[in-house]
Design a protein around this ligand. Sequence first.
Ligand code: GAL
Length: 655
Amino acid sequence: MQIGVCYYPEQWPRTMWADDARRMAELGISHVRIAEFAWSRMEPRKGVFDWTWLDEAIETLAARGLKLVLGTPTASPPKWLVDSIPDMLPVRADGTRWNYGSRRHYDIASVAYRKECERITEAMAQRYGRHPAVVAWQTDNELGCHDTVPSYSAAAQQRFQAWLAQRYGSIEALNEAWGNVFWSMEYPSFETVGLPVLTPTDANPSHLLDFRRYMSDEVASFHREQAEVLRRHAPDADVLHNFMGFFTTFDHYEFAANNAIDVATWDSYPIARTEVIGVPEADKARYARTAHPDVSAFDHDRYRAIGAGRFWVMEQQAGPVNWAPWNPVPAKGMVRLWAYEAFAHGAELVSYFRWRQCPYAQEQMHSGLNLPNNELSPGGEEVAQAAREIALSETLRTLGAPAPAAVALVFDYETQWMFEIQRHGVGFDYQTLAFDYYSALREQGLDVDIVSRHADLSAYRLVVVPSLAVLDDAFIAKVEQSDARWLFGPRTGSKTTHFAIPGNLPPGPLQRVLPLQVLEAESLRPTLAPALSLGDVSGAALHWREHVRANEGAQVDATFEDGWPALLSSGRVQYATAWLTHDLHRALLGAAARAAGLDTQTLPEGVRLARRGGLSFAFNFGEAQVRAPAPEGAQFVLGAPELARGDVCAWRDPR
Ligand code: GAL
């Protein structure tokens, strides 16, 4: 459980650095991330490097025993560079170019810019790659942020064509795969394939899907080019990238594959994130100062898998931020709570953004651990408290990793892209559905691993698949070979890999283990809400419902009031034909967990649990003071059973 901070020495007078370093060390900070936006200071003119300031900053921090994470500065190319490669500015969907004057103003498909990125990475890595205090390197910053992937430039078009040629081999194969006979969309050659944008009506979904796959590969290869340079010059350091919460524009599992990163790190701004995701307005209101109780945990559990067990929070909200529609001050305790929450989910390090609020430029309304006048901020006080508690507790300092959970939730990026391409109904968002399932499990006290469809699922007792657009034989084999319970949500198996409806109707290959067929699928306007009860819980379908036929061997477990099946099963495998209201999801997932032999709990509103290294943690995101559900005789190592809003406790189970 280590605490870090993001620091920008280039934004402050040199006379402050030594005192900053001293105060960081005294506060209990172990890691400091620097440099990821400082290209204009490292290389003020092409080929003219000024390392003196960075040398001094690194030595000043290292002298206090602080470990450094260096960021490559490629998210903010300097003006001279942009002027020398004018077509490196990204092209938007409407064909206009972004301007210089903020950040991320580069086209990820620009080969000339990528060469510049390798050049600056090499220069930095040559200088600091073997510095004993530099323990990790971050590539770029939040790839894809500010909608800078996809790119619609001429360069992107050419590289997309090459990508397609590689994938399909012949243009006939592409035309066949995309179904281009429809509307006379057949292409004579790869060089004639354009980008799926600015078409009078919908572009071909197969075209859109391949474009998204191509862009996802571009993001991964952009990182790899830098990672390869870093590995050469900094063989002992961890290589990482700071991902974002709820961000699905590229496939993060693919990004991380083949050791492209050593640790998955992500940037956690829970209050702002709660404002912008698809949770009901009532939840946004209820949790406006604490953030939704599952919003961070969802990504902790996802990035734990993406990092193959190793994850950090690279940027943690430390007070009010500046970029959501509203930016309230967090409730007392939350800045501390978020650190423990991340640790309980397995984080090795939680690094706060940022050391000191910067009184000028774009983020002047964004808090840090210090106010602009250098007084510790309220968030800074809470971080100091957490650091003191950890320093004093042998148990917390030496806590083992979380054990694998009994429940897996499969999350799939390609499914997100496919259902974004054809939502069919405005309310259908796959990630929101996955989050609702996740939340329903977490509300009942369950730990969840969020995993890829390619993960080994054999050890789980319950596997939850909120949806998976494309099912293949390998996935069905996992179902057949495991003795877990499986729950599949709507739209599972509804597409082929080329974005067509399977010949045997959805859910395609799932029919091997659960013989049902989707005859018609409907999206639901808010006034269409087919009613359903599960036991004593009543609710309705939302956004999406399927009219299915149960074939021989399928059992109907629940039926909508209008007679259509809602839940079907065959042995250990169950299918939900609709997106259901949240209470029904809670009932459904609770029943599935109990059928899998797991204990479920009814937690007070806003309370969540997480287990790590033999400890149970409880977090209170709710308004009311509550009692943590610790068993009789539990030995508390953090806090006490009475939890006010924003408080946390942890105990060792006496059994
Ligand atoms: C992140 C970004 C940081 C900072 C922060 C503000 O998206 O990586 O540089 O802008 O947001 O919340």
